[in-house]
Write a protein that binds this ligand. Structure first.
Ligand code: CA
Length: 220
């Protein structure tokens, strides 16, 4: 399980991030000020750090330098529009930057991208009898191989990384097709239908009225 350190002084934001990352299968630790964050960096090893920039005590830039000296990837979190912060953060070696407020799905995507870049992504994700190997791009259900197209696989991966969360069609489209959503929901719906049928996920991938879809981690 990937271990992530969150240093953020706004507790509500820190908790929101922690809960969502834990839900997506990451192990998280939180510090609410920079000094505590630095202590935790000194005492533990993390696969990824998320640092707010303006912090009581040691600030995010200083934490970045420290984390980089320990070879830990860093994503900065900061208030929207602070362009100077962004440039400075990236110049100092941050691996990515997320402007607050952000969508959880964007946070998850960026976390995953940085982990992948640092070869820290877990190869296998298992939910119930469904098993997906991210590197080999294979899927098994109850031990049986399921053959999916590239987009069906990416769609299933998105669902398995966001279990029990209602995902908007727009977000699904932008994540899987990697282009702006122009309001044509048929592409997403068609692929979801095929994925359900091929992988026997009729129960597990639920339609959410006026939203999109939700992948249930367990089916009763
Ligand atoms: Ca702050």
């Amino acid at each position: 399980m990937n271990k992530i350190l969150i240093v953020e002084d706004e507790e509500a934001i820190a908790n929101l991030i922690r809960i969502n990352l834990q839900h997506a299968g990451y192990s998280c630790e939180v510090a609410n000020d920079g000094n505590r964050g630095a202590d935790m960096l000194a005492e533990n090893s993390y696969d990824l750090c998320l640092f707010d920039i303006m912090l009581p005590g040691v600030n995010g830039y200083e934490l970045l330098e420290y984390a980089k000296s320990l070879n830990m990837p860093v994503i900065f979190l900061s208030a929207k529009g602070e362009t100077i912060d962004k440039v400075k953060g990236l110049r100092l070696g941050a691996d990515d930057y997320i402007a607050k407020p952000f969508e959880i799905i964007e946070l998850l995507a960026r976390v995953e991208n940085v982990l992948r870049r640092f070869h820290k992504v877990e190869q296998d994700i298992r939910i119930g009898d469904l098993e997906i190997n991210v590197v080999a791009r294979t899927v098994k259900k109850g031990g049986r191989d399921i053959n999916l197209t590239i987009k069906e696989f990416d769609l299933l991966l998105l669902f398995m990384r966001n279990p029990d969360r209602a995902l908007y069609r727009e977000m699904i489209y932008e994540q899987v097709w990697d282009s702006p959503y122009m309001g044509d929901s048929r592409t997403v719906d068609l692929h979801v239908q095929r994925l359900r049928r091929k992988a026997g996920l009729e129960q597990q991938i639920e339609s959410v009225y006026k939203v999109g879809y939700r992948f249930r981690s367990s089916v009763s």
